[in-house]
Every structure is written in structure tokens, then in C-alpha cells.
Ligand binder design. Structure first.
Ligand code: IPE
Ligand code: IPE
Ligand code: MG
Length: 255
């Protein structure tokens, strides 16, 4: 009846994060300029929203531009921003049909005006959709996010005593509030396309216990079968979160 293995097993990831890599190499392999790889990659962004939503995933976060990507040639940065600014408004009707709410992560205030405007419009137009969150990560860096959290924490106390007491009680649960985006769930599955096996400063906090899945497929060629393969692989993982396998299976009686 079209039920995926993951749904049957009840182990569907709630939050899937994707490092969409390989646009430039795909373009090169076709004898095209890099920007054509980004254009083709944008089509897969449209697709993944559909595939993730159909699979029943609650959040999908997409690494679209890192804090390190500012080091790229100016021309490529401009092309990327322009592409996003022009394509995003065209996606609003489809996103609404799909029940997709657009959110952003990262300091979007540093993006060109045209990109900010387009993001604002798409976020506003989709804000009441509830089926799936699409979190576009732009000018995003995991280290920067943690630094901003520390700054917020430090700025939130009037006097040294209160700050010291809060410091004393600081832990992974209550620090999360200072990261400033309560909407974002812990990452369950982190997929990277393009063959590299690194995190590249993505979701350093939220992916602390994510299952990692690397594929050689270049992002412009990523398919629904590739995505399903990652979901199926995830369904077969045992997430122990520090416990033993026996504890998870309820075979031990000492906690
Ligand atoms: C990922 O593809 C897209 C962005 C980083 C914006 P790349 O542009 O990094 O593609 P490769 O890694 O050079 O093939
Ligand atoms: C990571 O890809 C960032 C995005 C996909 C937006 P990169 O291609 O920039 O990563 P590195 O620099 O090769 O690790
Ligand atoms: Mg790359």
C-alpha cells in the first residue's frame, strides 16, 4: 500500500538535515558553468520537499549557503543569491499545496536585499502550513550559532550572582533555549551528497546524536530512490544514545 519500510518499523526520522553538495562537480562533468549546477540543484530542493513530506518527515533542513561560502568567487555568490531570490517566490503555491512552512536558520540579515525580500515573502506566505517545516540554512554556521547562544546567555543576566547561578546550572537542555530557535528539532538523520564525508560546520549542536549517511550521488542527480535508501538505512540503525543494546531491548533489569 505504498507504506515505506521506515513507517512500518515506526522509525521514521522526524528531522532530516541535508548537506546538498556536488553542484559544481555536476556542472563540470557536463561542461557547464558552476551556476548551472546550482540551477539544476534548485530543482532537487523542490523535489526533496515533496519526497520528505510524502514520507512523513516533520522537518527537513537544507544547507544552502554556509558562513564559509562567502569565500567563494563574488560572481558565484551573486549568482547563487539571485537564483534563490528568483526561484523561491515561484515555489510558494507548491509549498502551500504540500503544507510546507518555510523557516530559515543562519544570519539572513547579511544576505543581499533581494534575497532577504524573497525569503521574507515566502516565510510569511507559508507560516500557517503545518505538514512539514522546510528550514533553509543560509549564511549558517554551527560554530557561529553556538557563539551567538553564548552571547545571548551572557546578555540575559543583570547581575553577576544571577549569572553565576545560571552558569552553575547550565546544561545541554537549558542551553538550547539560548540558541534562539525553539522550533528546530534535534537532527535524527544527516545526509550528505557529493561524496565528501564531513560535516562542514552544519548543525554542530542539533546533530550531536544524528545518524550520518553519506552518498556519492551529486546533488543535482539526487533521486527519490536515493532519499528512500537513506530512510531505509536509518530504519535499520540502533540509536542507543549512550545505552547498551540490551538495555534498549529491555533485556537488563538494572536500568
Ligand atoms: C553545494 O555544491 C552548493 C553550495 C555549497 C552552495 P558545491 O557548489 O559545493 O559543489 P561542488 O562541491 O563544488 O561540486
Ligand atoms: C557545504 O558544502 C555547504 C553547503 C552545502 C551549503 P561545501 O562544498 O561548501 O563544503 P566544503 O567546503 O567542501 O566542506
Ligand atoms: Mg562542495
Amino acid at each position: 500500500m505504498g507504506i515505506s519500510v521506515c513507517e512500518q518499523a515506526g522509525v521514521l526520522p522526524q528531522h532530516v538535515a541535508i548537506i546538498m553538495d556536488g553542484n559544481g562537480r555536476w556542472a563540470k562533468s557536463q561542461g557547464l558553468p558552476r551556476v548551472e549546477g546550482h540551477r539544476k540543484g534548485a530543482g532537487r530542493v523542490r523535489d526533496i520537499i515533496e519526497w520528505a513530506s510524502d514520507a512523513g518527515v516533520k522537518q527537513v533542513s537544507l544547507y544552502a549557503f554556509s558562513t564559509e561560502n562567502w569565500k567563494r568567487p563574488k560572481l558565484e555568490i551573486t549568482a547563487l543569491m539571485t537564483l534563490m531570490a528568483t526561484l523561491l517566490p515561484l515555489e510558494i503555491p507548491r509549498m502551500c499545496e504540500r503544507g510546507a512552512r518555510l523557516l530559515t536558520l543562519g544570519d539572513v540579515s547579511k544576505l543581499p536585499w533581494i534575497a532577504r525580500k524573497s525569503l521574507q515573502k515566502a516565510c510569511k506566505a507559508t507560516e500557517n502550513n503545518t505538514k512539514i517545516d522546510v528550514i533553509l540554512c543560509l549564511n549558517y554556521g554551527g560554530q557561529q550559532e553556538i557563539i551567538e547562544g553564548i552571547k545571548r546567555f551572557c546578555a540575559s543576566f543583570q547581575d553577576a550572582d544571577a549569572k553565576n547561578e545560571a552558569l552553575e546550572q547550565l546544561n545541554a537542555e537549558n542551553f538550547r533555549a539560548f540558541l534562539g530557535r525553539d522550533d528546530v528539532l534535534p537532527v535524527d538523520l544527516l545526509i550528505r551528497t557529493g561524496g565528501e564525508q564531513r560535516i562542514s560546520n552544519f548543525h554542530l549542536w542539533d546533530a550531536a546524536y544524528a545518524e550520518l549517511f553519506f552518498t556519492d550521488r551529486l546533488w543535482p542527480e539526487y533521486s527519490q530512490a536515493d532519499f528512500q535508501a537513506a530512510l531505509d538505512d536509518y530504519a535499520g540503525r540502533e540509536r542507543r544514545f549512550g545505552k547498551t543494546s540490551e538495555q534498549l531491548k529491555g533485556e537488563t533489569h538494572d536500568g
